[in-house]
Design a protein around this ligand. Structure first.
Ligand code: TIU
Length: 241
């Protein structure tokens, strides 16, 4: 899979312990880095949140995305949202929030959390390129009502590097779903963010507690280091084939 002469296995410094991953069996999963969550006027703000709190995750996530692309790693982006007719949006989800600002209502970035609207799209800094998988999901978890499980199986993926927003909602839900399906999830702390710093912190602690009950917590520089250590010739001496 790699464009470089890569050692097949890398070791990522993480908590509660470092983790060895076979790069060929590892995917980068970027959860819901959409304008609706990251920018003013979208779903996140209609829920009463300060969306500027999510901005710090973008640069580290872009660095990992660049490295993953360079390796030829499977890259998966997800987007939370619904069909324009709301047929995949449960009433119990829609009816929450202020009546004038619900899912499907018009906002400055188009109808809130609706597929095809500007707000539903991924932010420019992390925009998918050709060949990358984009999963549209109606729920918080990326496995529910999507083809994600089948796609991971087709690619023989065993490990997920997980980035995105928000830490305690869609990232945590997806990690729990993935953990039950047998995937090793390594959540990159600085590539995730929450509207609530304390939920970010606790969301990560819940994952790595009890010997890594849901997975591992690491960060962007640990992944970049692990890649560099796996590919010393290609990265330090420009030895790409
Ligand atoms: N509200 C909140 O924190 N998050 C969501 O509604 N979706 C995701 O986390 N993507």
């Amino acid at each position: 899979m790699s464009k470089h002469r890569l050692d097949p296995v890398g070791t990522i410094a993480a908590e509660p312990s470092s983790i060895a991953v076979e790069w060929r069996k590892t995917a980068l999963v970027i959860i819901d880095m959409q304008r609706d969550f990251m920018e003013p006027g979208g779903f996140g703000e209609t829920l009463g949140n300060d969306v500027s709190r999510l901005a710090n995750a973008v640069k580290p996530c872009a660095a990992v995305l660049d490295a993953a692309r360079d390796l030829g790693m499977l890259v998966i982006h997800t987007r939370e949202g619904h069909r324009p007719d709301l047929s995949d949006a449960p009433p119990a989800k829609i009816e929450r929030g202020a009546p004038s600002k619900r899912i499907g209502d018009a906002g400055p970035m188009g109808r809130i959390l609706i597929q095809g609207e500007p707000g539903h799209d991924i932010i420019p800094a992390l925009y998918p390129i050709k060949g990358e998988v984009v999963i549209d999901k109606p729920g918080k978890g990326a496995f529910y009502a999507t083809a994600l499980g089948e796609i991971l199986k087709q690619h023989e993926i065993e490990n997920l590097l997980v980035c995105g927003v928000t830490t305690e909602v869609c990232v945590n839900t997806t990690v729990r779903e993935a953990n039950d399906r047998g995937y090793r999830c390594v959540v990159l702390a600085d590539c995730c963010a929450s509207y609530f710093p304390e939920f970010h912190e606790m969301g990560l602690r819940m994952i790595k507690a009890q010997g890594g009950i849901f997975g591992w917590v690491s960060n962007s520089s640990a992944v970049l280091d692990a890649i560099a250590q796996s590919a010393p010739k290609s990265i330090s001496a420009g030895g790409a084939r």
